[in-house]
Design a protein around this ligand. Structure first.
Ligand SMILES: [Zn+2]
Length: 445
């Protein structure tokens, strides 16, 4: 950590927050030490916080009162994390339909309204209480620090979403904030060679030691650097956000930026949910702030993730079906942190490809295959029917006979011989409204 970062994290930021009566510095230093607790200590803490949350839900939150009553569950029935698993999950539809009734009656703290995009089919609208921000921001700062991007380290951001046109006052405030934190931020929503050139020139002068970006933006920037034989020499870590990471991206980032890639998992509802440490053995869950469960009680295969926010008293998320699929690792991480380790998150349920027999085909497959097809710059696989997959490709040259045969035969191996594969050359792959790329589009209901 640089001296500037230490000054910012150790003195200036705590001063700023304390002056505003905020708990961020407390949370940040708590999370810094609790990550080294044993897994037992962490789950004890989790249960202590969950008990308070359940008291609140049963006493003050109308929707949970009704929902649990209808399920025949009383507060005194939930005495352990095992009992907790018996509570019925909360769906996104329920969240939207009962937004006000998921808030504690008489809650007087400040709350902020948020929404997620409709990338999983159903947008969500929700509230976040002020105290929850201090927890979730502290968790995010901890995750970034694992990757060498502690607050105040010079960081280049390749953000996917378009940056709107804020007022001049707001812009100045944001500029100052970024200057203080030493962040160089670009929107990479519209990706052109000119944009990458401009980003490279700014970064060359700025000399970042970390890069944070949407996976697709990182990939395109890395291709640009390699194609033009350009280097940024001081990068220690690269944080990938918002989109699934596959092995070829790690290799590309290491080659172009000379630094390891750190995968992260987060969402609008909870901010940082998990992140990799420097061992890259899985995603450490911020278990002091969130309970992350898999719906199936097994680590053998992926299943739906259910998330409980222990500290958002502005609106209670208890066993919320976030729409992602993942599974936990059986072994602890070799770094010694007691935080649970998600082996992987497969992404949105609607993005999963399936074989005609109903099997989930691993998301890794398509990028893994595409990295060997030289002519392909970008791609998207869409399952139109159980027996039809359309692969849109942006090509740098026409697709050779050899590449076409390879694609078809490998896909037939993964999906079964009865699946028809159509290869569709396109000018560009459309981004979602959020700016996120979708590598795969699953069968739509
Ligand atoms: Zn670790």
């Amino acid at each position: 950590m640089t001296a500037y970062s230490r000054l910012l994290e150790g003195a200036l930021i705590p001063l700023y927050y304390r002056a505003r009566g905020r708990a961020y510095p407390l949370r940040r230093s708590f999370l810094e030490s609790s990550q080294w607790w044993s897994s037992r200590q962490i789950s004890d803490f989790q249960w202590q916080e969950a008990s308070l949350l359940l008291d609140l839900a049963f006493e003050k939150v109308p929707y949970y009162q009704e929902k649990y009553k209808a399920a025949g569950i009383r507060r005194e029935d939930i005495r352990s994390i095992g009992d907790f698993r018996q509570l019925p999950p909360l769906s996104r539809e329920e969240l939207n339909e009962n937004r006000e009734r998921l808030r504690p009656v008489g809650h007087t703290g400040k709350v902020f309204a948020h929404a997620t995009g409709g990338s999983s089919g159903v947008p969500a609208r929700f509230y976040v209480g002020m105290g929850s921000y201090d927890w979730r921001s502290a968790a995010t700062a901890r995750a970034y620090a694992w990757a060498g991007a502690a607050t105040g380290e010079k960081t280049l951001y390749l953000w996917g979403a378009p940056i709107g046109t804020p007022s001049a006052f707001k812009r100045t405030k944001t500029d100052l904030y970024r200057l203080m934190r030493r962040e160089l931020v670009f929107s990479t929503f519209l990706q052109t060679a000119e944009l990458w050139q401009r980003i490279y020139e700014s970064a060359h002068g700025f000399r970042p030691t970390a890069v944070v970006g949407y996976v697709s933006s990182l990939e395109q920037f890395c291709h640009f650097l390699i194609d033009h034989n350009l280097r940024l020499n001081e990068i220690n870590g690269v944080i990938a956000a918002a989109e699934p990471v596959f092995a070829p991206t790690r290799e590309l980032v290491a080659r172009a930026l000379g630094a390891p890639l750190f995968n992260t998992y987060g969402s609008r509802e909870f901010m940082s949910i998990g992140a990799e440490c420097d061992r890259h053995e899985g995603l450490h869950v911020h278990a002091e702030n969130l309970i992350v469960e898999t719906e199936a009680d097994t680590n053998q295969s992926p299943s739906e993730l259910l998330i409980t926010d222990l500290h958002n008293d502005g609106m209670l998320f208890i066993r919320y079906r976030i729409g992602d699929v993942g599974w936990f690792s059986d072994a602890p991480c070799s770094c010694g942190r007691g935080l649970p380790l998600l082996k992987n998150v497969e992404g949105r349920t609607l993005e999963l490809l399936r074989a005609p027999d109903g099997r989930i085909v691993p998301g890794e497959l398509i990028p893994h295959l595409m990295k060997d097809i030289k002519e392909v710059r970008e791609f998207q696989a869409e399952q139109k029917r159980l027996d039809l997959i359309v692969i849109s490709v942006v090509l740098s040259g026409s697709l050779s006979e050899h590449s076409q045969t390879l694609l078809r035969s490998e896909l037939a191996k993964a999906f079964g011989a009865g699946v028809h594969v159509e290869i569709l050359p396109v000018e560009s792959i459309p981004r979602r409204q959020s700016g996120k790329r979708q590598v795969t589009i699953g069968l739509q209901a």
